[in-house]
Design a binder for this molecule. Structure first.
Ligand code: PLP
Length: 413
């Protein structure tokens, strides 16, 4: 199906009915949820899968011979296989459950980068990154003496590819890049970057937090070494996410956290570690979170990720066109390829005030630096207002946003 016909066939009203939370009123107005980049809402299919697990299967995993423990283990490891298919990873040994993108990146920073990198080595990121893909590398640099390099962005919010390629050298050990920017929506040409990084002998980590709800991800075709994402951006629960890592790399990496489940044997003199992926999963995991995440993947794939993406592109185009006509409104981030994120400022109105006024109209947007302070510094602004779209948003939501912005303009003259 072409992108156009997929969008036409997509019934967002029907999809919306799958999300009970969207049926409520906020401040006496129907809720218009435009904050999916911060956290997506959960469909009934996810809520029910979690409820089913909690009601019928819950126990601790891996350690019990009794029926419930086996059911929980089956559910948890079944979710791992689901995540493997979602990413087209080769093996479930490459799927590590973590709390979210932040924990995944910290795991790679501490277990992969810290033991191997030292003075003279470089980690390359871009000017677009979320703090979760900046601070863990700064910590590693302080710990190991390696250097953090940053590829700049341009005024459209695109990574300056030539300059990024120019920063790659034999010193570059790791390139860590967002697949999609949360602050601006820019889709980064990560496959091209991965090829260039590999040709210099560097490894590649992709921060997929904002990509997974909008695009099918195939880690093998992207050619990345690590891929990180969070369940809650994907219509799944909070507190669960995935780190994909190539098996050969994970195999060589030392455990990050120690405790139960990640060991094979323990004596006071020495411990030996479990095999992949459990070597990286110390302690009782978020079992119901994994079950919910698997259900979210089923749900999104049942809608068709391409159909969702085409629908969101249509909403983004509509909203961009409408907002461009509002006097005093400036869209921040005008990359050629964007996911469904629209950042903007309105002259004379601080984004926080704008967010508050929109909330009184029932319109939920996010305001602030979006955990991307360097992006704000680059544009020389303290914050933006950000509307972001998900599979359940409709044209009516865009019109409600535009109407609420009209009210804000009346207030701020
Ligand atoms: N990276 C990007 C691009 C994000 O948008 C986010 C969250 O907004 C994160 C990382 C961190 O995700 P989490 O807070 O779920 O760990």
């Amino acid at each position: 199906m072409s992108a156009v016909s997929a969008a036409a066939a997509f019934d967002a009203e029907r999809v919306r009915a799958d999300f009970p939370i969207l049926g409520q009123q906020v401040n006496g107005r129907p809720l218009v949820y435009l904050d999916s980049a911060a956290s997506g809402q959960r469909p009934l299919a996810v809520l029910r899968a979690v409820e089913r697990y909690e009601t019928h299967c819950h126990s601790n995993v891996h350690r019990g011979v009794h029926a419930l423990s086996q059911a929980a283990t089956e559910a948890f490891e079944g979710a791992r296989e689901r995540a493997r298919r979602f990413l087209n990873a080769r093996s479930t040994r490459e799927i590590v459950f973590v709390r979210g993108t932040t924990e995944a990146i910290n795991l790679v920073a501490q277990s992969f980068a810290r033991p191997r990198l030292g003075p003279g080595d470089e980690i390359l990121i871009t000017g677009l990154e979320h703090h979760a893909n900046i601070v863990p590398w700064q910590m590693v640099c302080a710990q190991s003496g390696c250097t953090l390099k940053v590829a700049p962005i341009d005024r459209r919010g695109e990574v300056e590819l030539d300059r990024l390629l120019g920063l790659l050298s034999a010193r570059t050990r790791l390139v860590a890049v967002a697949h999609v920017s949360n602050a601006l929506g820019t889709i980064v040409p990560v496959k091209r970057i991965a090829e260039a990084a590999h040709s210099c002998g560097a490894l590649v980590l992709l921060d997929g937090a904002q990509a997974v709800p909008h695009t099918a991800v195939d880690v093998r075709s992207l050619g990345c070494d690590f891929y990180a994402f969070s369940g809650h951006k994907l219509y799944g629960p909070t507190g669960i996410g995935v780190l994909y890592g190539r098996e050969e790399l994970l195999e060589e990496m030392p455990p990050w956290q120690g405790g139960g489940d990640m060991i094979r044997t323990v004596t006071f003199e020495k411990s030996t570690y479990n095999e992949l992926p459990w070597k990286f999963e110390a302690g009782t995991p978020n079992i119901s979170g994994a079950v919910g995440l698997a259900a979210a993947m089923d749900y999104l794939e049942s809608l068709g990720i391409e159909a969702v993406a085409a629908h969101e592109r249509r909403l983004l185009a509509l909203a961009t066109g409408e907002l461009e006509r509002i006097p005093g409104l400036e869209i921040i981030g005008t990359a050629t390829h964007k996911a469904a994120v629209l950042s903007f400022t309105l002259r004379g109105c601080h984004p926080h005030d704008l967010g508050t006024i929109l909330d009184t109209e029932g319109v939920a947007i996010r305001t602030g630096h979006h955990c991307a302070m360097p992006v704000m510094s680059f544009f020389d602004i303290p914050a933006t207002a950000r509307a972001s779209f998900g599979c359940y948003n409709t044209e009516a939501d865009v019109h409600a946003l535009v109407a609420a912005l009209g009210k804000a303009r009346e207030v701020f003259g």
